[in-house]
Design a protein around this ligand. Structure first.
Ligand code: MG
Length: 169
């Protein structure tokens, strides 16, 4: 990659799932103690879904819905952690590797502060990053929108990627 301006890439991903009683609440690969979970075809892990779209976006690759369609029965109730390896392989094939991710979870409840470090550690491990490269915030919806009314949990993620030195040389 000879273009000196084509060294770093940034991607953004967002996701939102409805809350649903009787489902497990899984955020960033971590099961959170909660009276409700999130509805979805897969395990509805909004954090990993947003992170994956951020990674794919930074590499200008197809989005998570194109790569893992919810019409495909193999992704029914799928553990979203399984999606990370093929996504990272795709990014690697583009000559890119992940530098950092920054994540904001939008949830009125449950209170996420007791779980943030576990979620950070899980995302870091899944991406092969040290935890100091994973930012994590939790925000409420101030009671005003679907998140605020507790009807949904959302996530926004940004990923920074860089071309491998061997590729950029
Ligand atoms: Mg999703």
């Amino acid at each position: 990659m000879s273009d000196p301006l084509n060294i770093h890439r940034v991607g953004i991903g967002t996701d939102l799932h409805r809350t649903q009683a009787g489902r497990a609440l899984i955020l960033g690969g971590v099961t959170i103690d909660s009276p409700f979970g999130l509805a979805g075809h897969s395990d509805a892990d909004v954090v990993l879904h947003a992170v994956i779209d951020a990674l794919l976006g930074a590499a200008a690759q197809p989005d998570i819905g194109e790569l893992f369609p919810d019409t495909d029965p193999q992704w029914m109730d799928a553990d979203s952690r399984r999606l990370l390896a093929p996504v990272l392989a795709r990014i690697g094939a583009c000559g890119l590797r992940v530098v950092n991710v920054d994540i904001t979870i939008h949830a009125e409840r449950p209170k996420l502060s007791p779980h943030k470090e576990r979620i950070r550690g899980s995302v870091a491990e899944l991406l092969g990053l040290s935890v100091d490269r994973v930012g994590l915030k939790a925000k409420t919806g101030e009671g005003v929108d679907a998140v605020g009314r507790g009807e949904a949990i959302g996530c926004t993620a940004v990923a920074g990627l860089t071309f491998d030195v061997a590729t950029t040389a």
